[in-house]
Design a protein around this ligand. Sequence first.
Ligand code: FES
Length: 137
Amino acid sequence: MPSSLTLVPGLQKAPPRDLALPMKLVARPRPGYATGKPKLMVCVNERAAADGTSCAPRGGCGIHAEVLTALEKEPLDVEVAAVRCLGTCDRGPSLRLAPNNSWFYGAHVTDVPAIMEQLRTAANEYRDWLVRQPRQA
Ligand code: FES
């Protein structure tokens, strides 16, 4: 077994996403196999070693709080959860919308209206799915 490991150059850890960049949204429609209510997962992870690659010090908690405030003003049939790491730390603050598998990378509090727009669409897709379900006798 080698005494030290070296990373393959192309696989080295990427630097944290520049927070000055606009949020990157990867939006996907609700998949046909989905059955559950839309759920937004907001990463609020804070690592002990504050190397800047976890989402809380980059604004994740503020985004989570702002989304909850927006949903108080405009209730939608969605769930919101604060989660510990979505595995995309270098691109955070990260959010994932299930079951669509839509992603928000490098989000800011000012992106909450755009996040709400995606939640609105997901809630409408879920309502349409519910309407199409056969009635139970
Ligand atoms: S710390 Fe947020 S995705 Fe890992």
